[in-house]
Write a new protein. Structure first.
Length: 139
């Protein structure tokens, strides 16, 4: 009887552990924009691969404040961790609007950073940032 109780408890613990995905995580899919908050993890899986992406750092935010007239819109650099590899992505003034990173057979593209820059005296805390990203298959 003790063995059955122990096995029942062990099974319950394993089941709860397997189902207990981080509440701060999201599932994402190919060719769909997704918004990743700072320190949030996204899980990607298709028929061929799976990996995680986590927004880990805002390297710099040098966008033009809304109360100034700038000759350049500026940019934002962020770091994301894809599985164990850290990559840097940036917004830019290139025609496609971003810098794209290649991981295996996939491209990860930073499409937008939120929130908007705001006025020059407005400091955005790192925890308040989010990144709009897209994963596409490499051609």
């Amino acid at each position: 009887m003790r063995t059955i109780s122990f096995l029942s408890m062990l099974s319950l613990v394993l089941l709860l552990t397997a189902c207990n995905k981080d509440k701060n995580s999201i599932d994402i899919s190919l060719n769909n924009d997704f918004e990743l908050a700072f320190d949030q993890t996204a899980f990607f899986k298709d028929d061929h691969n799976s990996f995680t992406i986590k927004f880990i750092e805002v390297v710099r935010d040098i966008r033009c404040p809304s109360d100034l007239d700038c000759f350049w819109e500026g940019l934002v650099d962020i770091k994301v961790k894809v599985n164990l590899e850290t990559i840097e992505l940036a917004t830019s003034n290139k025609l496609d609007g971003s810098i794209t990173a290649v991981i295996n057979d996939y491209r990860i593209r930073l499409k937008e950073i939120k929130p908007a820059r705001g006025e020059s005296n407005n400091i955005i805390k790192e925890k308040d940032y989010s990144a709009v990203l897209e994963i596409t298959k490499r051609q």
